[in-house]
Ligand binder design. Sequence first.
Ligand SMILES: C[S@@+](CC[C@H](N)C(=O)[O-])C[C@H]1O[C@@H](n2cnc3c(N)ncnc32)[C@H](O)[C@@H]1O
Length: 284
Amino acid sequence: MTAIQASDLKAATREQWDKSAQGWNDQGALIRAWLREATGAMLEMADIASGARVLDVAAGAGDQTIDIARRVGPSGSVLATDLSPRILQFARDNARRAGLNNIETMVADGEGLDVVAASFDAAICRLGLMLFPDPLRGLRQMFRALKPGGTACVMVFSEPARNPCVAILAATALKHAGLPPRDPFQPGGLFSLGKPGLIDDLFTAAGFSRVATTKVAAPFHAPSVQDYLAFARTSAGPIQQILSQLDDADQSAAWAEIADKLSAFTTAGGWQGPNELLLTAGRR
Ligand SMILES: C[S@@+](CC[C@H](N)C(=O)[O-])C[C@H]1O[C@@H](n2cnc3c(N)ncnc32)[C@H](O)[C@@H]1O
């Protein structure tokens, strides 16, 4: 990817997440339930303890930021950073509503964090790094921000076959937008870091030691397929980005086909979409 392509992709990503900010925040309860266990495992792997200073990269509406702030307690603190000013405003509002005053926010590209070097005990990034055009740069920024001995942990989607609903969303949206199927592992895509071994190699290249990856099953539960669709239609920034070039009627046709395909995941107890996430940790 050239520097111009990367900067165009980043501008489009910021604009899209500004648009999806309200939806991601409104769907917070479903997202929280979906990622609860995996988030707990991520905070364990990042060795986040009472009193720690933690960097949260691509923090979004701050769901995991709040978990971290509670975990580090009043003697610790979290800096929540994100490319999108609008989604970060939700993180600020949610922190205030939760009565937490150990959270600061900073609008920042994760590939160019203006933070003091060696000033954080831990760094995390939940479902953000795969959207970076150059994830190695993002990991180098996290490495630089950590104190020696500090730990980073990153959560990303694994392979498309292990995340069939996300794969269906992406493939169907591309087809309706008249775009050719994409290499799922291309930089900046939802599965870009799901290629076996890739994220471990990037951690090592960024300078981390003791690099380890764990796979976590994170099925998405919703009362019905319509609830999952409501989540995807309002919050799935990368899918909305693909469909945004279509008029309303063509977008509706795309969502109707997606609904039809995703209905296959309806169970006796509601709708359940399988997902597999990778949690990768490394030490500075
Ligand atoms: C799927 S959301 C995840 C948000 C949050 N971490 C969570 O799990 O709820 C992806 C987030 O990554 C952010 N993002 C994408 N590219 C970024 C970049 N280059 N630097 C910082 N944030 C970025 C988006 O703005 C968005 O808030």
